[in-house]
Design a protein around this ligand. Structure first.
Ligand code: HEC
Ligand code: HEC
Ligand code: HEC
Length: 439
């Protein structure tokens, strides 16, 4: 065989390999990009931003903006309502919420309703920029076009505030559109809420509110290390809220936040007043009630409750076993409880109705994940102040009064008394919550 025939054959193999690699290098980004823009409608190039909306539409938009809790994120502490500037902490950096007021240069003044819809439904800004999912468009994608238009109409009635958007404080590579495009290709598809004809109108309304505007899944679903939600099976099945170190318990488990067995009026009371005979909203959930659900109509709250109560329930997986506390640790926990806690929560953890929650049989206490117990003992807490519960009693913080060992001991104590049976808490668990690494 002469070398003249082998060389071209080898060259052809190499050309083929190189060609394939080059094609993949081009095709992969193209595929990622395609997944990011698939299904987007063209934005009408009309100069007209919005026809004046009816008072009724504006009122509906205002209601939906409450239901979506938009202002809680889009208003800086002490800032102008809706003018943005509040930083949302994520594991990748701080993302600043944008100005939603109708200022022409810094806000949504020049946005038409199609551009607003594209942001809500596709997570893309007016200038085409992919938006960070700190803006929960992974849920808002299910908001209907009609409701999106009503929200837009309402936001246009806010007083325009000239306040430029703050640049995000986020490091390489997460600050690139390419990284965001990959993230979105992995975790985000625009979706529409599909009513289920075999379910009641009430269930469907509740499902829409919970999944779409209410974005309950933004907290109540587990996230992986890339901040993605891990698939439908874990939907609403509970997870640590990144950076906040609170655990948003499973709405699909009676051991956690499932409400299948509550009387309907208790679920409604929780969402409307922040408190109920069965449990109360604290921490990040108190803010949801404070800024959002307390303003919703009785029929919408009842619909959300109907949907939550019909969610398929699964027993929580058994917690990993841990070594039992030593006799000395047990004695320490009992002593700290008697000295610091029994005054309010009762010698037998029975609480005081209307003032101090019982710790006996309390799911916050007995849940496998102890992050919320630790948060409450460290930093204290309030339920939201609502007309139904205007002066909630407060829980004092113990971060300065008790050591991490003490807090672990008393948390272990309340998790193992009065019939409560939850795994012990260690000082390392307290350190993790304090240092922002709750699991
Ligand atoms: C959990 C916090 C949070 C909530 C709740 C929230 N947003 Fe945002 N939103 C953000 C953040 C952060 C950004 C900035 C994202 C970016 O720049 O990539 C944003 C961006 C936007 C944008 C794009 C603005 C622009 O200039 O590109 C729009 C529109 C918007 N939000 C509307 C809403 C509406 C309407 C609601 C309520 C239905 C809402 N948001 C609720 C955090 C939130
Ligand atoms: C910002 C994060 C966040 C969002 C958004 C959120 N939750 Fe929660 N939720 C929590 C946390 C944290 C807890 C645990 C603390 C507590 O019990 O209040 C909780 C607890 C609950 C509980 C259990 C309360 C109890 O006493 O047993 C219910 C029910 C609940 N949430 C429903 C909802 C619904 C419905 C929505 C959507 C409208 C929602 N949550 C949105 C964070 C959130
Ligand atoms: C001055 C009265 C008072 C004292 C003392 C007190 N608590 Fe509380 N505690 C409260 C109130 C009020 C709440 C409800 C506040 C909230 O929901 O955030 C609460 C909530 C809690 C919760 C969360 C219950 C739930 O359903 O969300 C736990 C756990 C808890 N306390 C444990 C303790 C422990 C442990 C101590 C002692 C180290 C203690 N408390 C001392 C008043 C008190």
């Amino acid at each position: 065989m002469s070398t003249q025939t082998v060389a071209p054959a080898r060259r052809r193999v190499w050309l083929f390999v190189l060609g394939t690699v080059a094609l993949l290098c081009l095709a992969l980004p193209a595929a990622v990009w395609y997944l990011n823009v698939k299904g987007e409608e063209a934005i009408p190039a009309t100069g007209a931003v919005a026809a004046p909306a009816s008072a009724e539409t504006v009122a509906r938009g205002a209601y939906l903006v409450r239901a979506g809790n938009c202002m809680a994120c889009h208003t800086a502490r002490g800032g102008i309502e809706g003018a943005g500037g509040k930083g949302i902490e994520t594991p990748f950096g701080v993302i600043y919420a944008s100005n939603l007021t109708p200022d022409d240069d810094t806000g949504l003044g020049r946005w038409n309703s199609a551009e607003f819809w594209r942001a809500m439904h596709h997570g893309r800004s007016k200038d085409g920029r992919l938006l960070y999912p700190a803006f929960p468009y992974t849920s808002f994608t299910q908001v209907t076009r009609e409701d999106s238009d009503a929200m837009h109409a309402y936001l246009r009635t806010l007083p325009p505030a000239a306040q430029a958007n703050r640049a995000h404080d986020i490091g390489f590579p997460y600050n690139t559109q390419a990284a965001l495009a990959v993230w979105r290709a992995l975790y985000f598809r625009p979706g529409r809420f599909e009513p289920q004809p075999q379910q009641s109108a009430e269930w469907n309304r509740g499902a829409y509110l919970v999944r779409g505007p209410g974005h309950c899944a933004a907290c109540h679903t587990a996230r992986d290390t890339l901040g993605g939600t891990r698939g439908a099976a874990l939907d609403l099945a509970g997870g640590i809220i990144p950076m906040q170190n609170w655990y948003a318990p499973a709405l699909t488990s009676g051991d956690e936040a499932g409400v299948a067995h509550w009387p309907r009026e208790d679920v409604v009371a929780l969402l409307r007043t922040g408190t109920s005979p069965r449990g109360q909203a604290t921490g990040p959930m108190a803010e949801v009630v404070q800024h959002s659900t307390q303003y919703m109509s009785e029929s919408d709250l009842s619909a959300m409750a109907a949907y939550l109560q019909a969610l398929p329930q699964h027993a929580s997986p058994p917690p990993p076993s841990r070594p039992a506390p030593t006799a000395a640790q047990q004695a320490r926990g009992a002593r700290i409880y008697a000295n610091n806690c029994a005054n309010c929560h009762g010698v037998d953890g029975e609480g005081v109705p209307g003032a101090y929650p019982p710790l006996k049989g309390n799911r916050t206490v007995t849940m496998a994940n102890a992050a919320n117990v630790i948060q409450t003992v460290l930093y204290g807490g309030f339920s939201p102040a609502t007309p139904g519960n205007p002066r909630p009693y407060g829980m004092p913080p113990y971060v300065l009064a008790l050591s991490e060992e003490d807090i672990a001991a008393v948390a272990t104590h309340i998790r193992s008394q009065w019939g409560n049976q939850a795994p012990p808490v260690t000082a390392l668990d307290i350190t993790r919550v304090r240092s922002g690494n709750a699991r």
